[in-house]
Ligand binder design. Sequence first.
Ligand code: GUN
Length: 300
Amino acid sequence: MLATIINGHEVSEKILAKIRNETIEIEKKYNKVPGLVTILAGNNPASVSYVNLKIKTANSLGFKEVQVNLKEDVSQQELLSVIEKYNNDDSIHGILIQLPLPKHINEKKIIYAINPDKDVDCFHPLNIGKILLGEDDAKFFPCTPAGIIELIKAAGIKINGADTVIIGRSNIVGKPLVNMLIKKSENATVTILHTGSKDMEYYCKKADIIIVAAGSPGVLKTEWIKKGACIIDVGVNRVGEKISKKTGNPIAILKGDVDFEEVSKVAGYITPVPGGVGPMTIAMLMKNTLYSLKYKLGLL
Ligand code: GUN
């Protein structure tokens, strides 16, 4: 039997519908809508496509959306002044700076400059620190990790006590996710594997849940997967181009880190790429932006 596909579009649509309704209610009562600024420096095709999706989704929810497109050679100072501007703009509740930034920019300095109350990516050390400490007063949850947990739960998979392997230790996925999964409320047993890990097979073979966020196709071998395990693929690899039937324009062909066809024959559950974790990351960003406004209005 083939694995059940966990459909990220379906799960995220339900979350977005709730956000849309709450946005309407808040606008009626308070005459305010969530405001999101998306800041993009340069024109890396993957970043352009992610940011466009975020803009489209924010607009579809009735948010105020401000788009800032900066040149690849934007100075650090100019980027900092854009952040300062939106830190002080009361109609903006979320500031998103698409990563990676051009090489000459100090990413850390930029992230530290975001007002933590508007840090809807949950990248600022104050916010990510609260995730590490498992604080109940965390305002935001990192989008991709939060989306992954929602997806696993939506598929009805038990996290409590589950042997869980995360492949990849990035600041955006692996590091926050381990902290979120080991919280008492989730209670997973988590192993992080990375390029320095010696015996990946040993850990993967025991795992009930494997989350692959390595940015490298093929890191997880099909023969390492326990029958019925849940496989979450966070990888997005651009492997070519095709012509869109809708627009006639070239679009990227995307593949995950996992061999979907082969792994589906062994796993119990699997997320596709595209259409798995990606839409959930965007839904969580929208949720954080709505929550940011709700905090400001004293509703949370
Ligand atoms: N680049 C890759 N993933 C992300 C993300 O979740 N947020 C931002 N801002 N940049 C990214």
